[in-house]
Design a protein around this ligand. Structure first.
Ligand code: KG4
Ligand code: ZN
Length: 322
């Protein structure tokens, strides 16, 4: 059994999976409500909350997985990228648990974790494939050739991440934080052709979303205060359509550039219903595994190699990959 722990942003998560990749439990405690009033994640507030939640969440994952620490053979934890104080809470907890049982520990890269959400039962995906990883912090096109090697980056965003574009749009529309799911829901009631929001086409396989958010801002500003509410669904639908179009076009171009036969989509934005519908032939991470969770971290640990007891006591977290 592998115990996974994830605390890179504002979800405190723990999961128990088998070596074969069957999920026994996946517990995610979101702090979104805690940060909503600030309109975004406050790093120091997140760290403190992780500290309170990490032990109860690990306990809950073990209980739901009908496992005890005696069943755990490997502890896996997100070492980065993410908020450094938040990561340190998970890393310290994982070290303490592994050390107390003389277990090995796997330091997992959060982005590799998102990709490894595709390798879990009941429908594990076999490389090669081109993977769109779209989350609150990243938008990457990856050429995935095997499960263990670091994938080649074919494209990434030059400014905002796709999830960030959703969150900033949601904020402009008064939909609260985090806004991706709220935009998704509201867009279903609106007309995606009501507004023509352009997405900048940059050379190569990269993305740029910051101009889009500015066009939404101008569209909202042009309306009188009492006009915003009745147009909100149309604005959301048109804005979402522009993001989804850019993601789908670039992903198909990336797949063609390396002659990949399969496309996969992971990360929080992979939960978006329009994006899922626009890529019917793609391998899509199951909904509960799109947003941050620890099952994907435990899954990645199966392919990354573990650090033996007690060498990992020197392990450090890292805020960014570069
Ligand atoms: O992967 P994730 O949970 O965290 C990061 O690693 O960043 O992704 C969170 C992002 C947020 O920006 C959130 O607004 C977005 O995923 N998201 C969505 C949807 N659900 C979550 N974006 C669009 N449509 C959704 N249904
Ligand atoms: Zn993530």
């Amino acid at each position: 059994m592998i115990l996974g722990i994830e605390t890179s942003c504002d979800e405190t998560a723990a999961a128990v999976i088998t070596q074969e990749g069957a999920i026994r439990s996946s517990v995610v405690s979101s702090q979104a409500d805690l940060h909503a009033r600030y309109g975004g994640v406050v790093p120091e507030v997140a760290s403190r909350r992780h500290l309170e939640l990490v032990v109860p969440v690990v306990r809950a994952a073990l209980a739901e997985g009908e496992a005890t620490l005696d069943d755990v053979e490997l502890v896996a934890v997100t070492a980065g990228p993410g908020l450094i104080g938040a990561l340190l809470v998970g890393v310290a907890a994982a070290k303490a648990l592994a050390w107390s049982r003389r277990l090995p520990l796997a330091a997992v890269d959060h982005l590799q974790g998102h990709v490894a959400s595709l390798y879990l039962e009941p429908d594990p995906l076999e490389p090669p494939f081109v993977c769109l990883l779209a989350s609150g912090g990243h938008t990457l096109l990856l050429d995935v050739r095997d499960r263990s090697a670091r994938p080649r980056v074919l494209g990434s965003t030059l400014d905002d991440a796709a999830g960030e574009a959703f969150d900033k749009g949601a904020r402009l529309l008064g939909l609260g934080y985090p806004g991706g799911a709220a935009v998704d829901r509201l867009a279903r009631e609106g007309d995606p052709d009501a507004y023509a929001f352009p997405v900048a086409r940059v050379p190569g396989l990269d993305f740029s979303f910051s101009g889009l958010k500015t066009s939404l801002l101008y569209a909202v500003r042009e309306l009188d205060a009492d006009e915003v509410e009745p147009r909100r669904a149309d604005l959301a639908a048109s804005y979402q359509r522009a993001i989804v179009r850019a993601l789908v076009e670039r992903t198909r171009e990336a797949a063609a550039s390396v002659r990949a036969e399969r496309i996969a989509v992971v990360g929080g934005v992979a939960a978006n219903s329009e994006l899922r519908a626009a890529l019917p032939d793609a391998a899509l991470a199951p909904l509960p595994l799109c947003t941050d969770n620890a099952a994907m971290i435990a899954s990645a640990a199966r392919f990354t190699g573990a650090i033996s007891y007690p060498r990992y006591l020197a392990l450090d977290a890292y805020a960014s990959s570069a």
